[in-house]
Design a protein around this ligand. Structure first.
Ligand SMILES: Nc1ncnc2c1ncn2[C@@H]1O[C@H](COP(=O)(O)OP(=O)(O)OP(=O)(O)O)[C@@H](O)[C@H]1O
Length: 609
């Protein structure tokens, strides 16, 4: 046995046997022990030995800690005896285990520590389980989060990547973890330029410990496609020092797209509002100028040719250049062209180039932005933009300054322009009709008008013939003017006499139809219910002329004159009868001829009833 065991005869007080461990414990050799007296081992403790021995003999077993050994250095060593009674050869023998109490106590301490350790391990295992549960729980939360989440350590290396981040970035977490994530997903700015790590707010977060929130940035997916993101980078602290950051990001591509669509829509609404405002102001202005009529009156060959030309070109997108003296009806032609085009549902915007101060031309044509020049207190839409989808009528085209002509040419050719003070190029869809009373071909030759612009505008030239070259239109025009003027004044239309008409036909009309209008209007206003009296320059007629052409100058009538008068007379009658030939209220009855006669004359003279 490893333990010390001793057997002794209690009656003889003799040691019968002692094992090696007992010899070591007592510090004696076996031959010195066996046969020696038991009490000699504990010389001063005989009573205790007797009490112990008696107890064992009596009860068959017993123990004591009352016995001690004297060491060589004089220190006592407490022993513990655990004994049983045996009967050998009809003798009673005590066999006892002998323990050094010091060893026993050491074992107890060890065993206690062992117990503590065992209990501690148990507790630790429980704590570990709790942590494992928390960790699992956190993983579930990270997994369930809709936002992309990843962590980086203080070196900028990814430590974890949640499934949403994997999905958004197209990378597997395993491919990202331990890599410098800036180099993988955040290496370039939205415009593709290099994004240096040292400028990255995510990395700044764990350098200075401040949380960073970025509302619009780009992360790059594994397939190279950008995703627009907003993100927050929050530093992670461990016992006071920053050990990394956690980044929570969200894909905002569709949100930004709808925001941009909304912004564009609002911008468009604002532009439309401005345009409507201007259009409204413009139309109000138009109403104020009391546009009297838009109908082209006349039956002369020149007017018929003009109407055919209008019919031919109106529906096309061709630029038209109308030339002719002032007051011949150039604007009227432009309106007829616009009305006959597919753009007639939009307004025709007129720009009178003669009325624009030189320095304001560009702004008038193309608009400006607030602050572009002194006095530009708000954004302004130019006439080109205002006419978008419609027609732009450039009246008095010859007045456009030479330096603006290239810009005008560009918008005519490409439909592009910029507002004054703005870089953004805008596009318009405008049909241009221009008018001038100047000889542009001569100006081109003189170098005061650009040749390229002239040819670009002169795609389809229309000439507005002066009134003096189509005198036979005068009766029709006069009748029309009298009627509309009286209507405007709220009076019955005064009578136009033959003499009055002849008087009008005799004059040269340098101011053309506008002058005719003015003279007739004045006459209508001054009319006292009698015959109209025209105040024609150079003739100064104060009184109505007799109804018959009896002036000496007109005693001789040439064939051409007669035909012209005939024609004018028929036209006047037709005008007065609303184009009706036969019937009691027809022109034939008025002229006192048979309808068939009138019809044939109309045909011969080429009149369109
Ligand atoms: N054939 C016509 N029929 C009816 N009215 C006409 C005709 N021609 C011209 N007018 C009228 O004469 C006036 C002057 O015409 P308009 O303003 O079109 O001339 P314009 O050639 O454009 O003149 P300017 O060169 O001075 O601008 C207008 O009131 C117009 O309605």
């Amino acid at each position: 046995m490893a333990e010390a065991v001793v057997a002794f005869d209690p009656v003889d007080d003799r040691i019968l046997a002692a094992n090696a461990a007992a010899c070591r414990l007592y510090g004696r050799r076996s031959e010195d022990l066996v046969g020696a007296r038991m009490s000699a081992l504990h010389p001063d403790q005989f009573p205790s030995l007797v009490v112990f021995t008696e107890a064992v003999l009596h009860q068959g077993r017993g123990w004591t800690r009352a016995l001690a050994l004297e060491d060589a250095d004089g220190k006592g060593r407490q022993l513990e005896y655990l004994a049983s009674r045996l009967t050998l050869d009809q003798r009673q023998v005590v066999v006892s285990l002998v323990n050094d109490l010091e060893d026993v106590r050491r074992r107890e301490v060890d065993s206690e520590a062992d117990g503590f350790l065992r209990d501690g391990m148990e507790g630790w295992r429980r704590v570990e389980q709790v942590f494992r549960d928390i960790e699992r729980h956190n993983q579930l939360i990270l997994g369930a989060a809709g936002e992309g989440i990843y962590g980086v350590n203080a070196e900028g290396k990814a430590t974890f990547v949640n499934p949403a981040a994997e999905r958004l970035l197209g990378w597997k977490a395993a491919d990202l973890v331990t890599r410098n994530i800036h180099h993988v997903v955040h290496y370039a700015h939205p415009d593709g330029s290099h994004y240096d790590e040292k400028d990255c707010p995510i990395y700044s977060a764990f350098r200075d410990g401040a949380t960073r929130r970025v509302e619009d940035d780009v992360f790059w997916r594994k397939d190279g496609a950008p995703i627009r993101v907003e993100y927050t980078s929050t530093p992670i602290r461990d016992r006071g020092s920053i050990v990394g950051a956690v980044i929570v990001f969200r894909d905002i591509t569709s949100r930004k797209e709808s925001e941009e669509r909304l912004r564009a829509a609002l911008e468009e609404v604002e532009q439309l509002r401005q345009r409507l405002e201007l259009e409204n102001a413009y139309l109000q202005e138009e109403i104020k100028t009391e546009r009297k009529h838009h109908e082209i009156i006349g039956a002369s060959a020149a007017i018929q040719r003009l109407l055919r030309q209008i019919e031919l070109v109106a529906a096309t997108e061709a630029t038209v250049l109308i030339t002719g003296e002032s007051g011949t009806g150039k604007e009227l032609i432009a309106r007829a062209l616009h009305q006959g085009s597919s753009r007639s549902h939009r307004p025709m915007i007129r720009v009178n180039c003669a009325a624009i101060p030189r320095e304001l031309f560009e702004s008038e044509f193309f608009g400006h932005v607030k602050g572009a020049f002194t006095g530009a207190v708000r954004d302004r839409v130019g006439r080109f933009e205002l006419a978008d989808g419609g027609t732009l009528f450039l009246d008095e085209l010859g007045e456009i300054p030479l330096e603006l002509q290239p810009k005008l040419l560009r918008v005519l050719q490409e439909g592009h322009f910029e507002r004054v003070g703005e870089d953004r190029t805008r596009s318009v869809d405008v049909r241009v009709i221009a008018a001038t009373n100047r000889r542009l071909d001569e100006e081109v030759a003189r170098g005061t008008f650009r040749e390229d612009l002239f040819y670009r505008l002169n795609v389809f030239p229309i000439e507005s013939v002066p009134l003096r070259q189509r005198r036979d239109d005068i009766p029709l025009l006069a009748a029309h003017i009298v009627k509309t003027c009286a209507l405007r004044l709220g009076r019955p239309a005064p009578q136009l006499t033959r003499g009055g008409i002849e008087q009008l036909m005799d004059y040269d009309w340098p101011g053309n139809v506008r002058e005719l209008e003015n003279i007739i209007e004045r006459a209508v206003i001054l009319d006292q219910g009698g015959r109209l009296a025209f105040d024609i320059p150079g003739r100064r007629v104060g009184l109505p002329l007799p109804a018959t052409p009896s002036q000496p100058a007109e005693a001789v009538v040439t064939e051409t004159n007669r035909r012209a008068r005939d024609r004018a007379n028929i036209i006047q009658a037709l005008a007065a009868c609303g184009g009706r030939v036969s019937g009691p209220s027809g022109a034939a009855a008025m002229l006192g001829v048979r309808p068939t006669t009138l019809a044939s004359r109309i045909k011969t003279l080429g009149i369109r009833p």
